[in-house]
Design a protein around this ligand. Structure first.
Ligand code: PMM
Length: 322
């Protein structure tokens, strides 16, 4: 395994390039499920789901992750027809109306294939291609990038007494092996994203160790995705329920960006877009990162260039607003 961090590459999604080599992207979570731990039941109605996806895009999400199967601890299996019925209409509508790529959060090759045909551009598989080995070939055929996440067991069993001797080393080896499997199935090296799987078959001490050593995962040479949003370890640290974890999530996002994360998967897009931008301004010692025209949706109410744009020239000493 290489010992020094490698520069992660950009991701090619259809005819777009997602600039993961330059900045950390924000992936908005859209769970079309009755039982996901934080937003379950809210977006089971198609119109509500599509409107929330469009809102996240307007708030600056770089991509939208649509899922039709809850992966909360102990969640039961969702059959293929149910999952397809939940996600396909939402993906079709968002692909037509939103100007950001859509990823399909699934463990099933059939769902991945149909979602890609319906307009999704990436596949996010929390089983890293182990539950359904055909999924990697489906992504390869569609030339779609794949997120490979570490999980111990399945969502039904993953929190049954998870133990590791060296959680960071074990997750790193797992991800390296799954990258090899994906490449063997035809997914190109620069179509892979890796994710240590915060909260998937891990105790709090494991989540903390993985976040502390996040930079090690960048040595694999792929963009690192981190999903801490509203998760249980934040709730336990702050003694707060899911909908009260936005500040706790923001701190983990700052931490992850500072340690090399190139995609953060979040529910509270508006807040986390600002959190990521401010962290990157600090890291690059510049209010203008990446240099050049501001990224994100042009002209949203309070996005860059929008009505509430108070950015002023980079390096300006600041006027009334300091
Ligand atoms: N977490 C959840 C679902 N999918 N995918 C990736 N790649 N990484 C994650 O951390 C992740 C995921 C669970 O959270 P949710 O129920 O709020 O979607």
């Amino acid at each position: 395994m290489p010992t020094t961090p490698l520069r992660p590459h950009d991701l090619r999604v259809g005819d777009r390039v997602l600039p993961t080599s330059t900045r950390c992207l924000v992936m908005g979570v859209l769970n079309v499920t009755p039982d996901s731990f934080s937003d379950g039941g809210r977006y089971l109605d198609r119109r509500a789901a599509v409107s929330h996806g469009l809102q996240m895009a307007a708030e600056g999400a770089d991509l939208i992750d649509v899922g039709g199967e809850s992966t909360r601890p102990g969640a039961s299996y969702v059959d293929e027809r149910t999952e397809l019925d939940r996600v396909l209409p939402v993906i079709e509508a968002l692909a037509a109306a939103a100007d950001v790529p859509i990823s399909i959060d699934t463990r099933k090759s059939t769902v991945a294939r149909a979602a890609l045909a319906a307009g999704a551009g990436l596949v996010n598989d929390v089983s890293a291609g182990r539950d359904d080995p055909e999924l990697l070939g489906v992504a390869a055929d569609a030339k779609a990038p794949v997120v490979l996440m570490h999980m111990r067991g399945t969502p039904a069993t993953m929190q049954d007494d998870p133990r590791y001797l060296d959680v960071v080393g074990e997750v790193e080896r797992f991800l390296a092996d799954r990258c090899d499997a994906a490449e063997a199935a035809g997914v190109p090296h620069d179509g892979l994203v890796i994710d240590p799987g915060i909260g998937f078959g891990k105790r709090d001490q494991h989540n903390y160790a993985l976040l502390a050593e996040l930079r090690r995962f960048t040595r694999l040479g792929h963009p690192v995705l981190v999903g801490t949003s509203r998760k249980g370890f934040i709730g336990r640290a702050l003694a707060l329920p899911e909908h009260e974890r936005v500040e706790g999530t923001a701190v983990t996002v700052v931490w992850a960006v500072e340690r090399g994360a190139r995609i953060v998967r979040v529910h509270d897009v508006r807040h986390m877009v600002r959190t990521v931008r401010m962290t990157e301004a600090l890291l690059h010692r510049s209010s203008d990162w990446p240099p050049g025209p501001a990224h994100g949706p042009a002209g949203t109410a309070d996005g860059p260039g929008g009505a509430a744009d108070v950015s002023g020239p980079a390096n300006s000493p600041g006027g009334a607003d300091r």
